[in-house]
Every structure is written in structure tokens, then in C-alpha cells.
Design a protein around this ligand. Sequence first.
Ligand SMILES: *Cc1c(COP(=O)(O)O)cnc(C)c1O
Length: 940
Amino acid sequence: MTAEQFADRHIGPGPDDERRMLETVGYSSIDELMDAAIPEVIRWHGTLDLPAPAGEREALAELRALAARNTVAVSMIGLGYHGTHTPGVIRRNVLENPAWYTAYTPYQPEISQGRLEALLNFQTMVTDLTGLATANASMLDEGTAAAEAMTLARRAGKSRSTVYVVDADTLPQTISVIASRAEPLGIDVRVLDLDTEELPGEFFGLHLQYPGASGAVREHTGLVEAAHAAGALVTVAADLLALTLLRPPGEIGADIAAGTTQRFGVPMGFGGPHAGYLAVRAGLERMLPGRLVGVSRDADGNPAYRLALQTREQHIRREKATSNICTAQVLLAVMAGMYAVYHGPDGLREIARRTHGMAARLAAGLRAGGVSVTDVAFFDTVTATVPGRAADVVAAAAARQVNLRLVDADRVGISCDETTTEAHLAAVWAAFGVDGVDGEVDEALPAGLARSSDFLTHPVFRSHHSETAMLRYLRRLADFDYALDRGMIPLGSCTMKLNATTEMEAITWPEFAHLHPFAPAEQTAGYRELIGQLEGWLAEVTGYDAVSVQPNAGSQGELAGLLAIRAYHRSRGEGHRDVCLIPSSAHGTNAASAVMAGMRVVVVGCDADGNVDLVDLDAKIDKHRDALAAIMVTYPSTHGVYETGIAQLCAKVHDAGGQVYVDGANLNALVGFAKPGKFGADVSHLNLHKTFCIPHGGGGPGVGPVAVRAHLAPFLPGDPVGARGDGAPAISAARYGSAGILPIPWAYLRMMGASGLARATGVAVLAANYVAARLRQHFPVLYAGNKGLVAHECILDLRPLTKATGVSVDDVAKRLIDYGFHAPTMSFPVAGTLMVEPTESEDLAELDRFCDAMIAIRAEIDKVGSGEWPAGDNPLSNAPHTAAMVSGDQWPHAYPRSVGAYPAGVDRAGKYWPPVRRIDGAYGDRNLVCSCPAPEAFEN
Ligand SMILES: *Cc1c(COP(=O)(O)O)cnc(C)c1O
């Protein structure tokens, strides 16, 4: 296969398709179209300086060579990252299965019942194990989950104190992330050794680690009571595997539990991605950030799942926002939940016992050899004291291919996990110079903290323990869902393009999957080279000087970028600058991130054409000139238009002393044609899970690198476990964030090269303009820029039709399911509209299938408008139609069954049937149920 051919595979339309699309749009070439669409002030006319594109086999060979430069050692470092066996049936049928990894966030619940059920399993697993009432699905990692717990405690508690107490035996990276989130909010973090130090008189929250980073398992009841007496809320960061044997946080009165589910079958991946978790006691569920899956009912009254308590996201509410989390870690949460389904409660207990048994034997062997081991109860981790010899012991173990944790000059930490073997224990003993012990030893679990309560009692955790049963369960759930493996997902702002198999292949190779984020540098040379190349290529693509891949979602990149701006102003003695201007059309995460960065949000209006209103901008700049920190704009705008005023906007803000943040979520419209770092912006985040082919995973993982010009480079995210005090706060728990999926964008860039990337951008813009041209006479296209052209997406305005006929944007979205489509983005950024982003990967046949469906739906709307079909009983209001509905013995509706089931153009043999009818979200919010319902609920 020649080099150019990967781009031909990635880009859907071939030369003939392209010609026909250009004819419809009215241009003779893509170059001519792009010249007309993109304002000359931002246009960049060069060729990206990237290596010549590699073919698929060549790229894989290069990845093999990089992988070979990583060393997979036995990891006994612990600190929240553990070896784990991903069951093969889960690896192949979830992690490597496009039916799961190419799905979108389940905002359209009727086509997402499979992943919603999987996430409900995850939530049930977390609530059961932690002993708390409600858990979300999911958080980005343990560090950010702990930071969100802190701000939740502040909102929910009665204390007016600004002091947050963190036990010193907390994971160091968690302390780091808590500290960087606390500082802009004026929270005073006190790290105290609670074995010896007193709690302060006033504090609003207390963070405990269970078991501690040292391995110690402490009885926390007294601290919890003392905190409650002070009016503070308590978070326990707990290890879920340990909780199968230990009394859970909910049973000692903790208000919140936070942590990671990594060791439930998700490879370490050099730091991520894994699903963090957050669980709360009853009474706090309506304050929980993140996505919460709940049970509601469909139009027939049958139980059905959907995201609860959020028309979009309850916590992302502009300047009232409490959290910016959007893309989370759905695919990894599905894996962790399935790990619990597959092993069941007995299997998990068995894994925990075995892990503990290894740690107990390890400790006994060390003691027998005269090594002092901390004399406390532990679960899987022990700390050994070897005065002055710790570094030598760690080096001796490394020579035996075992990584231990160097705590300080005198102490070594050793963690066991489900992959620990006798041979590993022998290697550790040898590194310490002791002989070890044979046979069983006594448990070292604290008798008083033994778990007595049952967990995972729901039948789902007891029914799928054979591989056959598990395989079929995974297949059944996947079949409920609509993902990119079935058809187009034309979601504006989300860039649901091809996630090529070749791009995915390397992520499950052991050399990328099984590295601990704190592994010694000499074992991670391949990773660091890959990351360095990727950061360099992204800098070239965006025109910035420096890039950090640490943020593990777009929202986190936003926070990192704004914190860099904040630190920059402070470094120049302008720390008083705290106003962030945000256009009214902005994505909700923008304002939320500004609030989290300690900024005041000031909204700038848009004009009738959807552009940032430069007159209002002037007024807002005048009003806040001395306090202006930044403006945050999306480019092309969230309206899908290349605004011509962008260069002017940047200049105005710079003149007033502010910095320009360009939200790079829409970079798919710019790559190869314009560089934010060159047209006036100071900083951007990118969404590698949009433009650069990391699959959406049903709502994560993501990577949101932050890219900056040179003056902001010193303020990029710091190493969470590196030297502190350099003014660079950590954004996520691991230095390189979700490193484990970086081979995906690496492979995309490597195989596309400069020419392929530019072609992709051109075809993405062509496709959006093609859809706009075909649909314009049926639905008004709301905004357009130069020469009436849109950028890479277009907004279809349904409001006039809704007003005339009562048919809502919701009805159209659900009717599209009957036609075999995932709906476009609904009511963002403008209520009552649909935003369509076809991407370059859809071929003309699929684009036409979509346009034909929309045109047919328009004709259906007209029948409602003309009264031919009653307003309350028509194919739109009843959509989506299930097989059960259209094959029912009764058919009381005003249109034929065939119209409901097989509208024009639908392939009868390949028809996608949603498993439930339209879901009543409000019912579920009034009757909140967020764990697996009893099977009787499904009796019908
Ligand atoms: C997707 C998106 C974001 C948020 O990114 P996440 O990865 O979901 O956190 C921010 N801004 C815009 C315009 C987006 O489309």
C-alpha cells in the first residue's frame, strides 16, 4: 500500500463524489471553495512541516520500534496504579470493538441503552463497594475526582471556613491535583499527618486515603466524627478492590468517596485512560458533578435508561457552573463495570484475598530476614525501612525487572496486585537480600475493619461468569446501540470521524498498555519519544510554540490554558486581571473552566449573523479594561462559521492587556489552512478525540492537549509528582495524562501527512457545504459566512417549522432513528436547531442517505402541518418506533405501520431497531434511581 492510500481510506468521498459535491455547492475545486470560505486574514498558505505520510504497515512498524524502546517490568510501585488482568473477552469485545468504542455520549438514550446499562452496572458496582447511595459515571482520574470532591464538600457543607484538610498519607499526585484546583478558588489546603497532628479548629472538608499511600489501613471513624462535629464533610479516597474485604466508607459515615477503577481490568497505560469514580451519601446526589445514569420509563411505561438530572449537564451552567467535566471515561467505566460483572462478588473477593495474601507473605518474608516493615494493618502495600539503602534496594529490584517505590532514602514501598506471582516475591526478597518464607502466613487485615455487608447482590453480577454468557451479554448490549459502525453520526461540534483500525492497534500492545506512570525514565524512552513527536506535530499544525498532552479532556485543556494565562498575568504583577470574556454562543465548558480558574465570566453578545458582536465587545472591554484577563472564543465559531472579525477581536483584546484563548474543538475546519497560534491567539486546547481520531468511546476517553505561544510555555501543566514550586500546577494525576491512547493521534498524523490532513479539512468543509446546499430549501441554514458558505458544520433552523406545526427538534431527532441515523447535535448552540457535522470520513452515498432522510422528514412535517396527520399522533411524535410497537396486535395510529417502521429509503433487511420507545426524562428525575433496578421492573 502506498503512502497516499491511507488518506484515501480515511476520506470517504472519492474523486467522482468530490466532483458531484463541488457541482452542488457551486465550485470547481476544493482549493477554490476553501479560498472563498476562509477569510484571507487568517489564511495560512504553507505546507505543514510533517514527515511524508507513512502507509498503514509502515506506521505500525514505526510504532513497533517505539514500543520496543519501552520496557515492561513488573510494577509493584502502587500509588493508585496496579497490574491487572483484562479478561480477554472484555478486551476484544469492548476495548477492541468499534460497537463500543465508536459510540457517542448517550444523550440520545433510545439508541444508547446498551452503554447506559453498562454504566448503570458501573454505578451500582461503585455504590455497593463504597457503601454510599449514588455514584456517577465517571470521573477523569482519581486526582480530579478528589478535587471535585473537595469543591462538592465546599458547596454542600455548612462551614464557611476556607480550609481543606488532606491526610498526608494521600497519594502524592492526588495532593498535587487538589492543590492546583484549590489555589484559584481561594481554598487553603492543609496537608496534615493525622496520626500525629491535630485537626484545625475550623475546616470545611477532610480528605482521607483508604488504604493510605503507605499501605496503612486506618480506622477513620474518630476523624469522621470530629469532622462532622466541625461542620465539615468527609471524602474517603478508597481502593475498590480493598473494599471487597474492608468496611466501606459509607459505613463509617463518609459523605463522599472518590478514586479510580483502574485495577478492575483496565491497563495502566503509562497513566491513563482509566475511569475515576465519585460517590455520595443520600442527600448529595443533586450536587454530584459528571454524568449520572438513571432509570426512567419509555412511552409504553417500560423501564429505560437515560442520563439523569441534566438536559445537558447539570453542573456545566455557565458562570453558575460548579464543574467543567464533559467528556469523561465511559469506555473504561464500561470495562471496569464488566470486570465486576464477569468476576462477580465472589471472584472479586477471591482476587482481593489472593492479592492480600501475596502482600502478607511478602511482609513476613522481609520480617523473617530482619527487614523492618511498618507495623500496621495493610491490604496490598507494605512499606519497608532499610536505613540509607532504599535506593540500592530499588535498583537491585529493577535489575530483576521489578519496579518498587522509592519513598525516601530509608523507605521502600511495595504493592501487590492480581498479577503478582511467587517469582515476583522471590525477586523482591532477593533485592532486599533476604530469603523469604514458604507457605501460607496470617492475614494482616485489621479484624475490626473487616467487611460484613454484602455487595453486588444484583443478578447481573451473578449471571455472566462463563465466557459464553459474558460474550453474549456484551453482544446483546452492543446490539442495542447505534455507533459509527452502523452509520453516520453527524454531531456538530463533536467531529465523529473514522477511528481507523490501524490507529487503534498499538494501544493494547503490552509495551504501551502495561507501563506505570511513575516507571523509571529508562523504561519509557519509546513513550517519551512518541509523545515528543506528537507534541511537536501538534505545535506545527496549530502554529503554537509548545504543547502539553497532560489534560485528559477538552475541558481540562481549557482549565490548563486559563491557569497558564492567570499565572502569566501574575508573573508580570498583573494578578488583578480576572475577567474572562466569553461569547454567548460558547460551549458550556468554557465558562465553567473560567470559574474554576478563579475568573469572573462576562458574556459578550452575538450579532444577527451569529458573529461575536464587536460593538458589544468594545463596550465590555471598555468596562473591564483594567481587569481584563482573557477572551475565550471558539474558531470557527460554534455557529459553524469562519468569522471574519477574528483578527480584529484578537487585536482589541491584546490592546487592552488581555490574552486570547481559542477553543480548538473545531480544528477540523482549520488543519492545514489556518493556525490559531499564527492568527492572533495565545493559547488553545485541542480535542484529540474529535479532530485527531481518538474514538469517542461512548463519552470518553479523550485527550485535550493545551497549546501555547512561547510566553505562556513556562506555565504549562507541571509534573504531579515532580519538583513543586515552579508555578506550574498539575491538571491531571499523571504527567502525560491519558498516555495510553496517544498512539492513536500519532498514527493518524503519521499516516495522513501534510497533504492528507489538508485534504481532510477541505473535504470536511465541502461535505458540510454539500449538506447545507441540499437541505437549505427544506430547512433554513441559520448562519453562513463569506459567500454564504459554512465551515465544517451547519445549523438547520427548525424553529419556524416548530412554530407552524408543533413538530419539535426532539421529534425530528427521534424520527431520524427510524430512518437509521444518530441525530445531529440538538439545541446547541441555538435552542430549537440541529447542528450537522458530516466530517470528511462519510462518503457521498451516506451523505445523500442523510439528506434524503431529512428531506423525507420535512415532507412528514408538512403532513402534520396540513392536518393530514393529527398533531399528537403521527410518525414524528411517536418516534422512534420499536419492533414491538409496530408488530403489536393493536395499531391505533393515524398512519400505516409500514410508515412508522420502514420510512422511505430504509433498508428493510439491515434496519436498526431501537430497544425502547421515547424516554420520559422528567419522570426519572422526579423518581431518581441510579443503580440497577430489580429484574421484576422489566416484567411485562
Ligand atoms: C467538545 C467541546 C468542548 C469540551 O471538550 P471535552 O473533551 O468534552 O471536555 C469544549 N468546547 C467545544 C466547542 C467543544 O465542542
